[in-house]
Structure formats: C-alpha cells, structure tokens
Design a protein around this ligand. Structure first.
Ligand code: C5P
Length: 309
C-alpha cells in the first residue's frame, strides 16, 4: 500500500505587510461615524503569513501563532475568518477552509495587522477555491472588511482618501529604514477616533490634506526631510489615552531618529533612520531605555499581499 502524497494544491500561503501612516490627516466624523482621511500609507517588512488548508465539509476554523497568539480571537470576529466567509458568500464557494495565521505584526498596534490577515485570507481562499476574483472585486470585498484592508492588498506606498480605501500609488525613490517600538497592550481604533472628536469639540475641522513635504521627500528618497515631515492627527488622542507613549517618542528622538510618530491609532511608535545600520543603532539604544515591550527594525516600501507558497 502506498501512502497518499499531500496535494500541493490543497494549501496556499499568502504574505501580507503591516503599514505605517507617514501622514494621517483626519476630518470630522460623517453621518456613518467614519472620518474622511487623507493619508500616506507605507507597507513595511513586518508581515503576517496566512496559510489556507482545504478542509472539505469541515466549515471554517482559524488558528494563530506568533505575535499576540492567545489573545487573537479564533471565531467569526477574526478578520481572516470574516474575509473567508465574505468571499464564500460573494462567490458561492463552500466556506470550508482551515486558516492558520502566523503573526509578525503587533496586535492592535496601529499597524493594520488584522487588516493584513483579512487581505491575506482573501487572496489565499481565492487561490484555494479557484474563485479567481478580479482586482476590482477583490478591492471591493477588502473595503467591506475594513478601511485598511485595501492598502494591505495594494502594498508599496499609497495616498489613501475617503476612509483610507481609495488608493493611488505614490512615487518613491529607494528604501526607507524604520524602527518600531512595540508597546504593552493595544489601543482600540474607535476609541482613538472618539478621543480625537472629543478633543476637537465644536471646532471646525478643515478638509484633510497630505503635506506636500511628505510627497516631495518620498519622491526624492530624502529620509531626513521625510523624518521632519511625518504627521499624524491621531497622535494627540493616542497620547491622551496612553500618556506613556510620550516617553517612547522622547526615547526615539534621544536615540537619534530622524523623526518619530505614533503609527496610525497606536500604540506602536515608528522611528525613521538614515539606513539599515542607523536603524539597528536606534533599536539598540531604544531597548536600553526600557520604555517599550520590544523593538523591531524594518524596511519599506514592500509589496502588497502575495502568494508565497
Ligand atoms: O474600517 P475599520 O473597521 O478598520 O475601522 C475601525 C474603526 O475606526 C471604525 O469603526 C471607526 O470608529 C474608526 N474609523 C474612522 N474613520 C476611518 C477609519 C476608521 O472613524 N476613516
């Protein structure tokens, strides 16, 4: 008797990047509670891998390893689960799949880890089930799953308008080097937006706008200029909720970073370096301050969600 060989078509592994917002300009909330944005996303080399295993008749299941395993929900509230379910509903495919998420992106950290998982699950299930969605259909499903999911598909560096889901690629020269300071615990994105609204009160908020300095620095590959131009409207709100992050930002500056910012809704803080060696140097110095859980060096921009095996 010969043992059945594993069928390579029965599992697909997809990699999706985390992101940092180089500029995040936030308008007032609309009637739907969402804020219209003008943001520049950059995909960074901290990523999550999602493997989809065919599991005929077994329904959906999710397991998680790596960053935040044990805290990530394993039920239908998991964004990877919801992505598989949405794709099945949209295409009529049977939602039979076992998803394993290997996490490298900090959990609830403002780096769109959950969105990366959703994007990766969409691409993995589409390949596994042979549903062959068009780029546009994939983008539409991604936007239904969350504001940052389309960018996780797109990758690179992009201007995001609307909820952050209307994307245009941005011209970038070269590679930028980052250090991320990962915090204990996470921050809730709705809570940070809510805090921003509370801080603003009745203030009239101008249309969201990305500073020209950010786009110019990117196209010139000028890390010093980019470091000086980083801006995040959510940062004061995140600092209200997590005053300890002020010390993290100070430590980054004292460690020689070209610029530092709360990443998205936080609490991860992102620091820009001149080059890879400078990033490692900042990472070592940041560690010695003892103000964050851990640090990670990364480069950017990197590709969007793609099949790796
Ligand atoms: O779209 P997503 O589910 O990722 O958004 C999470 C929460 O972040 C929303 O429920 C909303 O409170 C807030 N949000 C917002 N405006 C955006 C994006 C997100 O208010 N453009």
């Amino acid at each position: 008797m010969t043992a059945a060989l594993p069928d390579l078509d029965e599992q697909v592994t997809v990699r999706a990047p985390g992101k940092v917002n180089l500029a995040l300009s936030v308008a007032g909330a609309g009637a739907d509670g969402y804020h219209s944005l003008a943001t520049v996303f950059q995909a960074v080399s901290l990523h999550d891998d999602v493997t989809a295993f065919a599991d005929a008749g077994a329904g959906l299941s999710v397991s998680v390893s790596g960053e935040g395993a044990g805290i990530v929900p394993l039920d239908e509230t998991n964004l990877a689960w919801r992505a598989a379910e949405l794709l099945a509903q949209h295409t009529g495919a049977d939602p039979d799949v076992r998803l394993h998420v290997s996490k490298g992106i900090p959990l609830a950290g403002g780096m769109a880890g959950g969105s990366a998982d959703a994007a990766a699950a969409l691409v993995a299930c589409d390949a596994l089930w042979g549903t062959k969605l068009s780029r546009e259909a994939m983008h539409d499903l991604a936007a239904q799953l969350g504001s940052d999911v389309p960018f996780a598909l797109h990758g690179g560096t992009a201007l995001g308008l609307g909820r952050g889901d209307r994307l245009t690629s941005v011209l970038v020269r070269g590679t930028f080097h980052w250090v991320f300071a990962l915090a204990e615990g996470g921050l809730s994105t709705p809570a940070v937006y809510g805090k921003l609204d509370e801080r603003r009160g009745d203030l009239v908020v101008p249309e969201p706008r990305v500073p020209d300095a950010v786009l110019t620095a990117l196209s010139a590959g000028d890390a010093v200029a980019l470091g000086a131009a980083l801006v995040n409207d959510l940062q004061p709100a995140a600092l209200d909720l997590r005053p300890d992050l002020r010390r993290v930002l100070e430590a980054g500056s004292e460690s020689g970073a070209l610029g530092g910012i709360v990443s998205g809704s936080g609490p991860t803080c992102a620091f820009l370096a001149r080059d890879h060696e400078h990033a490692l140097d900042i990472a070592v110095r940041m560690t010695s301050y003892g103000v964050c859980r851990t640090v990670r060096a990364a480069h950017a921009p990197v590709a969007g969600t793609r099949i790796i095996g």
